[in-house]
Write a protein that binds this ligand. Structure first.
Ligand code: BGC
Length: 756
């Protein structure tokens, strides 16, 4: 029968870099005077404030400082505010911002009571300036009981679906306001380019273009129209270059030449600033021997002068103090405060005491920090508080958020998980499984909500997820409910019974082997090796001896190297950290109720000492035959991801072959679903600059679009290429596009264009 081909035209405007030629405009000035109504109100309020009030506004403390008891972050201690300490913080020290959880997630009612207490106190102060409360709601409002938890950022990137990511951010904002909190420390805009780094999963992966476009989607989703009580202020973090510590350990030194900083790390922040993100958090680390919290070059010259950011720059956790205690660039805490405030911070996440206030007041009185610098910082803080509507409506009431934790939000989370989970191997089309196939579920990540959610889930390290997400399915629960068997085999606690798993495998048709990592984040997640642990390898080897087909599921925050067992498994699903609905999503994918469409947002390394990004240089792939084995050799490549249907790419064409510097070229490609089931396809456009004065990358992503196609259906996808997509940062720190030949590739199709 002849198939009906439907051609739909999708116009995709590749709104790329817009990295304007500002590399040489090293202005040291901050932004000129503000002019809107809000700015006038800010100026009037500021003119009435005392120095102590201003410095109080610049101070952020952690909730723990004002709760009863002294056992920080203990989940065994009941949470209760200490009214004397609340009074001290808000009235005596005039603190303007509070953050964090008390170590346990709170109900919405408890959040409401807590934040209302602060706002009621703030209303009794002479200036009645509301508190701005901040939280890490990085995959949903993850410190509120009953919230919708989504896949972590690395999984969202794997969806290659900006609209979906925007929806996720919108829901997160709604549920954050339903928890009475108006400020979200998200998204992470660093690039996940070091596989060891324990926060890789908090990023959108390794690519500049993917990171910046996903970042914009998230900022837009969070902020909507600021002032709408369903939206929150976003916080771009961690500015700049935090994600690539040389050792791979969190907060250890990075070495990034300025050219690379500008080409790889700055664009996501530039785009998010342009998208209107009103706050930014600073990188805790040091780059080229300069802690970012002490860098006027990064915090003022580039951030304000070049990027034009006029929102709040908040420090990360205790980072001013660390200039003295850790980085040793300041002889005293007071010096550290002077350096950092003069470098350009607006708010200090102190967060444990009030010393910052006392010392900064002294510094201003002594003339070491100008009152103008203070006024600048405080104006920005007051402005964001006004933009958020906190003066009129200081605390949002959970009662007004009936959709919190609703089924419709859960469905979006599941959809995001379905579109993120990436099928990397499917030997002999073993998947999807037939209904009724007898499955053994086994492995350390099979029966825990911790490995589905990762860190920042109910508490910092995600260690309480099994208590607070009891009502959600683990993989074992989802699959056993269909009449299958679970045998742990290997656990993170070291309680291993590989023989029992092998016996159970013998009674089954296939094995669903769930390996990977337990939850962690930041420094506690530091590791000396990302090679798969021995007991997990042993389990895989023992199971493989049964001759049963093995479907490997990897739940992990960073790519765990498993080359030793990869040949033993028939299928591989990379789940990343898919959130509370990840197990249900995986179950639907296994049985073909859903069709996989996730794509890898990183290169998945095969060897422990050979980390190379996909957009590497040509000289990254030099090897001498018969000597050491040094080829560019990845387990899986950025952009990989299989489907149960097949897509054919054809008719790649351009409307011109040559382009002026201010011109554009339209690229079109036809995609046809040639298989026998509907599916989604991420169409990725790469560009290779063939010759350039700075060694060109072999290829770089410059456009993508996720489309849905029924069987037999075709769509034409259109991309627009401008100079921005052909640019790079040159030796003089200027973003330029050099005349010459470029190659466009989409799927296996290639086309050359010339820039004049
Ligand atoms: C992290 C930030 C986070 C902050 C507040 C820091 O340790 O680096 O990403 O926003 O804590 O919780």
């Amino acid at each position: 029968m002849q198939k009906l081909y439907i051609i739909v035209l999708i116009l995709i405007v590749v709104s790329c870099s817009s990295e304007s030629d500002k590399g040489d405009e090293k202005s040291t000035s901050e932004k000129p005077a503000m002019s809107s109504e809000i700015d006038k109100k800010v100026a009037a309020l500021l003119s009435e404030m005392t120095l102590e009030e201003k410095v109080g506004q610049m101070t952020q403390i952690t909730l723990d400082v004002i709760t009863k008891g002294d056992n920080q972050y203990s989940s065994s201690q009941p949470y209760e505010l200490d009214s004397a300490l609340v009074h001290k913080a808000i009235h005596t020290y005039k603190v303007g911002s509070i953050l964090n959880t008390p170590g346990v997630p709170l109900s919405r009612q408890d959040w409401y009571k807590t934040i209302k207490t602060f706002q009621d106190e703030a209303a009794k102060t002479p200036r009645q300036i509301p508190i701005i409360y901040g939280i890490d709601a990085i995959h949903g409002v993850n410190y509120t009981i009953g919230a919708t938890l989504f896949p972590q950022q690395i999984g969202l990137a794997a969806t290659f679906n900006k609209d979906l990511v925007k929806d996720v951010a919108k829901i997160s904002a709604y549920e954050t306001r339903a928890s009475s909190i108006p400020w979200n420390f998200s998204p992470v805009l660093g690039l996940g380019r070091n596989p060891l780094w324990p926060r890789l999963w908090e990023t959108f992966g390794e690519d500049v273009y993917l990171g910046k476009t996903m970042g914009v989607a998230m900022v837009e989703g969070y902020q909507g129209t600021l002032g709408d009580p369903n939206t929150v202020a976003s916080c771009m973090k961690h500015y700049l270059g935090y994600s690539v510590p040389l050792s791979g350990k969190d907060r250890t030194p990075a070495w990034i030449p300025e050219r690379e900083l500008r080409q790889y790390f700055l664009p996501a922040f530039k785009e998010a600033v342009d998208a209107g993100s009103v706050t930014l958090m600073i990188n805790s680390g040091e780059i080229n021997g300069v802690p970012v919290h002490a860098s006027k070059f990064l915090l003022t010259d580039i951030l304000r002068g070049e990027l034009g950011f006029d929102g709040i720059a908040v420090t990360d956790w205790a980072d001013i103090n660390y200039l003295h205690t850790r980085h040793k660039v300041a002889e005293t805490i007071k010096d550290a405060i002077k350096i950092s405030v003069n470098a350009g911070i607006d708010m200090s996440m102190v967060p444990h005491d009030f010393e910052f206030i006392e010392l900064l007041v002294e510094l201003v009185k002594e003339g070491s920090v100008s009152e103008e610098r203070i006024d600048n910082a405080v104006s920005r803080i007051l402005k964001v508080k006004m933009q958020l509507g906190l003066f009129e409506n200081p605390v949002t009431n959970p009662k007004e958020y009936p959709d919190f934790g609703s089924d419709k939000f859960a469905a979006v989370s599941k959809k995001a998980a379905i579109e993120s989970i990436t099928l990397l191997k499917n030997k002999d089309n073993i998947l999807p499984l037939q209904k009724g196939t007898k499955i053994l579920v086994t492995g350390p990540t099979a029966n825990t909500m911790r490995s589905l959610n990762g860190g920042w889930s109910y508490n910092w390290q995600g260690s309480e997820a099994d208590n607070y997400a009891k009502d959600k399915n683990t993989i074992a629960e989802a699959i056993v409910s269909l009449g299958n068997t679970f045998m742990q085999g290997v656990s993170f606690e070291g309680k291993n019974d590989i023989n029992a798993a092998v016996k159970a495998a013998q009674q089954s048709d296939v094995v669903l082997l769930c390996l990977g990592e337990n939850s962690y984040t930041e420094t506690p997640g530091n590791t000396n090796s990302i090679i798969m642990p021995k007991d997990q390898i042993e389990l895989a080897k023992a199971l493989s001896k049964t001759g049963k087909k093995i479907i490997l599921v990897l739940l992990e925050g960073r790519p765990i190297i498993f080359n030793e067992i990869e040949p033993l498994v028939d299928a591989v699903f990379l789940g990343y950290l898919p959130g509370n609905h990840g197990a249900d999503a995986l179950s639907d994918l296994l049985f073909g109720i859903e069709n996989p469409s996730g794509r890898l947002p990183i290169n998945y390394p095969k060897h422990p000492h050979a980390f190379v990004n996909y957009n590497h240089k040509h000289s990254d792939n030099i090897s001498v035959p018969n000597y050491y084995d040094s080829d560019y050799d990845q387990q899986y490549e950025f952009g990989d991801g299989l489907s149960y249907t097949s897509f054919e790419y054809s008719d790649l064409s351009t409307n011109a072959t040559e382009m002026d510097q201010d011109g554009s070229i339209e690229v079109s490609v036809k995609i046809t679903n040639t298989g026998n089931r509907k599916g989604k396809e991420a169409v990725l456009l790469f560009i290779s600059d063939l010759y350039a004065s700075i060694t060109p990358e072999v290829r770089a992503l410059k456009g993508y679009e996720k489309i849905a196609l029924n069987e037999g259906e075709s769509k034409e996808v259109l991309f627009t290429i401008t100079k921005d997509e052909l640019s790079f940062v040159n030796e003089n720190m200027k973003t330029i596009a050099e005349p010459g030949d470029f190659e466009i590739s989409i799927g296996d199709l290639k086309k050359k264009i010339k820039l004049k």
